[in-house]
Design a protein. Structure first.
Length: 138
């Protein structure tokens, strides 16, 4: 088996993707890296997950993209202002899941087992385990 490595820029990387997972640190040139332009590069109805850094996201652009359906759902556990203010629009938006930045300690070995198990369950049309319960708040 051979390994092929391609060098691409951010715009090439995210173009037409359905999922975007932000794990980047926060150098000065990365603030608002997820903005109106980059959100529109994603496939319509995309999902955004940000456990990285809050200022990576332009909040107004994300809220607008959620409103138009460009983004179907966002799961966020880091924010520009922490803790997230009680009156922030993310709390009231049913297309946003707000989770605590440190809900528990995740062990890589058990997390990878659960992820693998849920991938198999999804492929077999079975209900996924450990889903977020929005009615309970997380």
């Amino acid at each position: 088996m051979s390994l092929i490595i391609l060098k691409v820029n951010l715009y090439q990387l995210i173009r037409k993707n359905l999922w975007l997972l932000l794990l980047q640190s926060l150098p000065s040139n990365a603030q608002n890296i997820l903005n109106q332009h980059t959100l529109n590069l994603l496939k319509r109805g995309a999902f955004v997950l940000n456990p990285g850094r809050g200022p990576l996201i332009d909040d107004d652009a994300l809220l607008a993209a959620l409103e138009t359906g460009q983004i179907e759902h966002a799961t966020l556990d880091v924010f520009r202002i922490e803790p997230l203010p009680k009156n922030h629009q993310y709390w009231a938006n049913n297309k946003v899941t707000v989770i605590p930045h440190k809900a528990s300690e995740t062990r890589p070995i058990t997390a990878s087992q659960v992820i693998a198990m849920n991938i198999k369950r999804a492929e077999n049309g079975q209900k996924l385990l450990y889903l977020v319960d929005r009615e309970n708040g997380y």
